[in-house]
Design a protein around this ligand. Structure first.
Ligand code: SF4
Ligand code: SF4
Length: 398
């Protein structure tokens, strides 16, 4: 029943960081000034109202939380201080946990202690694994990561990690599609989903909807983090074993001396340039966001959740240790390089296996997916309205 009232909804959302939604008196100012709201999707007011009315089922099926990029304009202009921008952020956390069938996402978002312990356990296991499983003899005279952890072994471990995290991410994305599409999920032919796949990639890579907001600086920061992180994710997780495609990320990450005879990329090789871009973009984006959150300089930085900090800190630590590895191997400091490599993996692996499918990173997948689904629904309805007369509306229930 879509209209069933859940009296515990506000209490439940408070666990995800909800604070001020009850102050809202439904004036509609927030929706009027939001650059991304449309007559079909009048957020954030409608979602704040759903919360007040305990409409859990309607929230679950709403695409609107994913249409908001948290520019913060609505929170600045709300006459009641109800912070609708943060409310949309809370709903994204809530939906992420509802899409996730394992229950981990809920744990991450409702318990900072759980998240810290989970990250620490995975990090320690990775560290112990690297200390126990290494080759010998180790080259202590010159920096040679390949003499300690051969590239072939690292590539195999990467493949296992990629398989695990993609399994969880894709099964959760499948649930997201099923929930958002509702009655249309089976009606829409597979070909239509495939035809619209390009929209997913366009929105993922350009964040073009965010570009419509007034705060262009925030769009650039978001784009820098997203493109930098996606580039590394693609090369490390998807293409690290992409030698048939001619791509070998380890050549960039570990240097020629660590590759057991493979030839290093030249300074202007596209893979090297992508690596440099990703490093710069992530450092710029995460530093800006961390300073903003510390200073609470913008509405979107005023109510930082534990998962926001964890994502930014892990991402910045991974990038910084990656930069250090490159410097220390060029300086030929074997012990320091090997030690930093262990720390690098201890922060990078928990970030990939925990943050990507269950926490902050997941929104980078859900947002362009939902934008694509909205377009699919609209096209399906337009085609069938012409052919058969009126069918179910694509508009979320008001
Ligand atoms: S959240 Fe604020 S601006 Fe939006 S409808 Fe409520 S009171 Fe008005
Ligand atoms: S934070 Fe920005 S994009 Fe999100 S609802 Fe408010 S005004 Fe719209």
């Amino acid at each position: 029943m879509i209209n069933k009232v859940d009296p515990n909804l506000i209490r439940e959302l408070e666990e995800y960081g909800l604070k001020d939604a009850n102050k809202c008196y439904n004036c509609g100012t927030c929706t009027a000034i939001c650059d991304l709201a449309t007559p079909e999707n009048p957020f954030p007011r409608k979602l704040v109202r759903y919360i007040q009315l305990g409409q859990k089922e309607k929230i679950l099926r709403s695409p609107e939380p994913w249409l908001c990029y948290y520019c913060g304009d609505c929170s600045t202009r709300c006459p009641r201080g109800a912070d609708p921008g943060e409310t949309m952020m809370v709903l994204r956390r809530y939906l992420t946990s509802l899409y996730d069938w394992t229950g981990f996402a809920r744990k991450f978002y409702t318990s900072e202690t759980f998240e810290i312990i989970a990250v620490a356990i995975v990090g320690i296991l990775v560290g112990l694994g690297l200390l126990i499983f290494h080759s010998s003899p180790i080259n202590w005279a010159h920096t040679d990561l390949n003499s300690v952890w051969p590239s072939d072994g690292i590539e195999k471990a990467d493949l296992v990690m990629a398989a695990i995290l993609l399994f969880f991410l894709l099964t959760n994305v499948y649930r997201c599609i099923k929930i958002v599409m509702g009655d249309y999920f089976t009606k829409v032919p597979v070909g239509m989903y495939l035809n619209e796949l390009k929209l997913f990639f366009i929105n993922l890579l350009t964040q073009k909807q965010f570009g419509k907001c007034k705060d262009r600086q925030q769009w650039i920061v978001h784009l820098a983090i997203m493109t930098g992180y996606s580039a590394i994710f693609l090369m490390v997780v998807v293409l690290v074993n992409g030698l048939p495609l001619g791509i070998d990320w380890l050549k960039f990450q570990r240097g020629w001396a660590s590759l057991g005879g493979r030839t290093e990329y030249s300074i202007f090789h596209p893979i090297r340039l992508i690596g440099y871009y990703a490093t710069f973009a992530i450092m710029y984006g995460t530093t800006y966001a961390l300073i903003g959150r510390l200073r609470k300089s913008k509405p979107q930085y005023k109510s930082s959740h534990g998962t926001d900090w964890m994502f930014l800190i892990l991402l910045q630590l991974t990038t910084m240790t990656g930069i250090f590895i490159n410097f220390t191997r060029l300086l030929d400091w074997p012990l320091v390089t090997y030690a930093i490599y262990v720390i690098h993996m201890m922060v990078a692996i928990p970030m990939l296996v925990l943050e990507v499918p269950f926490a902050k990173w997941a929104h980078l997948a859900y947002r362009p997916i939902v934008l694509m689904l909205l377009s699919i629904k609209e096209k399906y309805i337009a085609e069938h309205t012409q052919a058969e007369g009126p069918v179910l509306s694509a508009k979320p229930a008001a």
